[in-house]
Design a protein. Structure first.
Length: 376
């Protein structure tokens, strides 16, 4: 189951740090490659416990039996960056800009659940405040800020309309608004996920709820509308959703993103498709997964589009590959349209679902390289 005018770029002039591979050592410029992470079902072995501020690259290898995730957390459990859906035996790289000194945390999440296996990670030094030394990277974050700002305001407005329909008992209107409201959230989900408590309050699926946590947000109302009928507390859940979305929009306005964040976000949105939309688990009651699928693709395209001048200059072949794979995914989505929307997910055949999965995998592979190109 992640702005605005205050977003700005961590200047791309800093060289990508190369990092030592000795356990417990400090990673520094001029070393021998990325920080390696050996993830298993019971351990998260990070090859360095500290690094100099700058662009950090983690190479995560899943040596366990469960699909895993890797996170770098900042103060207050703010997600600095993440890489999801690492299957057993596979490796993934995560590049993240960390310009400020401080105490952070690394975390592996075997089974992609819970708080994860965490360890402190110290960043020392620090760079000057972000500037426009690299104007293309600065322009990229400004462009993406404009996109996210537009989506955030639309999310705020449409969520209020959706909640009003729920509170008035107009089930038909609420159902009609459900999928079209969620697209604004799905397009910027990597931003939303940086706020640990708000994202699950807004978007948690019932099957993923931690023990003792109340079922709230879009998916609780989805269940009310499609399965159980409106409940005595549905209006209160709708009001809470509005409050949480408004808080997300407000807090997002102060979030400072950088070019690697955009690149990682583009890949995270495809991971959302690969782990949730493909299986049909995201919209299990309404089966409106393809609306979310399209929104995730839209958001990923927007991040890549913002970075396009940089990517075109540094790796035009990668740009061409990404464009072609985006076109393949979009072709499948267009073939699944029904009027202004899409077919319901339970109307697709298994062959169609497999074709979607193959196309998403083919797009995910080149997208995983974008952060490294941006961080050069």
């Amino acid at each position: 189951m992640t702005l605005r005018t205050k977003l700005f770029v961590f200047a791309g002039s800093a060289a990508l740090l190369t990092l030592t591979a000795c356990s417990g050592e400090k990673a520094s410029a001029g070393g021998g490659g990325p920080i390696t992470v050996a993830a298993s079902d019971t351990a998260c072995e990070v090859s360095a416990t500290s690094a100099n501020a700058g662009n950090l690259t983690f190479e995560v290898t899943n040596k366990g039996t469960k699909v895993t995730e890797f996170y770098l957390y900042g103060e207050g459990d703010r997600i600095m960056a993440e890489v999801e859906n690492i299957a057993p035996g596979l490796s993934r790289k995560l590049t993240v800009a960390v310009p400020a000194a401080g105490t952070y945390q690394t975390a592996c999440k075997p089974g992609m659940a819970g708080d994860g296996i965490r360890a402190p990670f110290t960043v020392t030094g620090g760079t000057a405040a972000p500037t426009d030394v690299d104007s293309q990277l600065a322009d990229a974050t400004k462009s993406y800020a404009s996109y996210v700002g537009t989506q955030s305001e639309a999310l705020k407005t449409e969520t209020q309309k959706f909640a009003d329909a729920v509170k008035s008992g107009n089930v038909a209107d609420a159902k009609a608004r459900y999928a079209t409201t969620r697209v604004y959230y799905e397009r910027i989900e990597p931003v939303a996920e940086k706020f640990g408590d708000l994202d699950p309050a807004i978007d948690a699926r019932e099957a993923d709820l931690e023990q003792g946590r109340q079922f709230t947000g879009f998916h609780r109302l989805e269940k009310d509308l499609w399965v159980t009928g409106l409940q005595p507390d549905s209006a209160q859940i709708a009001d809470k959703l509005v409050t949480d979305v408004n808080a997300l929009v407000t807090q997002s306005a102060t979030l400072r993103l950088n070019a690697p964040d955009l690149a990682n976000g583009a890949k995270e949105l495809l991971d959302e498709v690969a782990t949730g939309k493909i299986t049909g688990e995201e919209e299990t009651f309404s089966h409106t997964d393809l609306w979310d699928f399209q929104a995730n693709v839209d958001g990923s395209k927007a991040a890549v589009a913002a970075l396009r001048p940089v990517l075109q200059k540094r790796d035009p072949q990668l740009v061409s590959t990404v464009d072609n794979q985006f076109a393949n995914v979009q072709r499948l989505l267009d073939a699944s349209r029904n009027g202004d929307g899409f077919k319901y997910y339970n109307e697709l055949t298994q062959d169609q679902i497999k074709e979607f999965a193959s196309a998403v995998d083919a797009l995910g592979e080149p997208l995983s390289k974008v952060a490294e190109v941006v961080a050069r």
